[in-house]
Design a protein around this ligand. Sequence first.
Ligand code: ADP
Ligand code: XUL
Length: 543
Amino acid sequence: MSLYLGFDSSTQSLTALVAEIDGAGTRIVFESAIEFDRELPEYGTVHGVLPGADPAVAVSSPLMWGDALDRMMRRLADSGLDLSTLAAISGSAQQHGSVYLNARAATELEALDPARPLVGQLAGMLARPVSPIWMDTSTSAECAEIAQAAGGSAAVAQRTGSRPFERFTGPQIRKFFKADPVAYAATDRIHLVSSFMASLLAGTHAPLDPGDGSGMNLMDLDTCEWWTVAVDATAPALAQKLPALVPSSAIVGRLSPFWQRRYGLPPARVVAWSGDNPCSLVGTGLVAEGRVAISLGTSDTIFGLMRTPRVDPSGTGHVFGSPTGVYMGLTCVKNGSLARERIRDAFAMTWDDFSRALDAAPPGNDGRILIPWFEPEITPAVAVGGERRYGLAPDDGPGNVRGVVEAQQMALALHSRWMGVDIREIHATGGASVNRAILRVMADVFGADVIPFDVANSAALGAVLRAYHADRLADAQPVEWDAVVAGIIEPNGRERIVPDPRRHEMYRDLLTVYAACEAHALGGPDPAPAIAAWRARHTERSG
Ligand code: ADP
Ligand code: XUL
């Protein structure tokens, strides 16, 4: 019986899952999370981000991520598990974030001293002390410059799967090159969070997988190679600084002597890491077309598998590589969990209070709309944050709770239409998916069954399953993806949240009102007539 280890290095925490996997199924035998703000306060992050004066800038600490990995390995070693049968390790990481290493890193990664903590040995390898992450919206100028040099936004979208986006790694690299050309020149390798963490495990520069590589505006989606036009448009000599691209199932090395000696771990295979959304695709069992998953994490995302890439003509969605070898479509809403928390905290509620307040306001909220762009938004693109209320009093607790939840679900529904999926079933995951009241709104807005997952961290689970899949492939005993996920997606016996057809009809209508309010918030005409017309059509009250 072999053990498989999967990590999820997310915005706010590092999670580790260990599973025993064989033909008979997948059993989780260890699960642990380190929350950065609470357990590593010395780095000073707030929700995993280093505080700063400019709300458009979001950076975090690569040292903190490495430190968390070291501490998690100690927890694992102290867990009492017999880790001698640990066969393979993989991981998931928040997408788009980048880590800048200098030329010393290559040798120093190989020569880490097991007697000393990892973090003290990492600082000397960094060419940049901080890492820009996916919440950063400060690179609009660089997006425009890259688009112009690479033949326009639509051409970049067609080749890379997404038009230039502020948080994507290419525009972030360009901004760094412009702001600090000396430090840029001293950068030998630019990793994503995923390949950085894999490098720490393998003790050598790890390559990147296409799932995460496609979040950079630099990879040719078709060939899974760097697209020279975009690479050249982004920054000088960038081609030499990028990791190699390998299939998601590639073995990038063995767990290095540092970890073996420090924690008595075996030389397990290290499988290429991927992004959290590509890993969640596997962890929610979406290995066939037609179903979607919604992850309610720090960001809210909706995604599904695509056999052929259909690029979003409206320019809000993304096509990424899928770890299963094809593609995935994704839409990301930035004002997710933190927006829900903003409302919860404004009314000094617990999550239970929040759920009760949600149920206390009528579905449709009497046509009152909250546009929850507390922070700059990704979908649709909003450069300066600022929430808007239409007919909603700021001091109405239930109205604002319902307002934020309905708005988020309607935004996901509205901005994922480009994926062209007839959504009948939604696999719900992420920290907020434990909240059944939120999932009921999701089911009614989409008119689809919602299946919550037992393991809320589908990204870490996806990493475990990817480790297993790659390990079997390396042993020339490949297992089909259907079989890999079979045990975890069986909805039998699992709670299914079924939509109410009448409410779904109401939400279909409300969606046009929501779209009118969004358009107004972006500078369009007054939505008051649309709201009044909706009210005249609907008299439904809660119950
Ligand atoms: P990430 O992986 O992006 O770091 P998670 O998927 O772990 O994020 O989700 C963390 C979020 O889950 C927290 O920010 C919190 O707002 C949310 N959350 C946790 N419990 C609940 C709950 N009962 N209801 C709603 N949201 C919740
Ligand atoms: C996806 C995105 C976020 C991050 C953090 O494009 O930006 O979902 O991966 O979770």
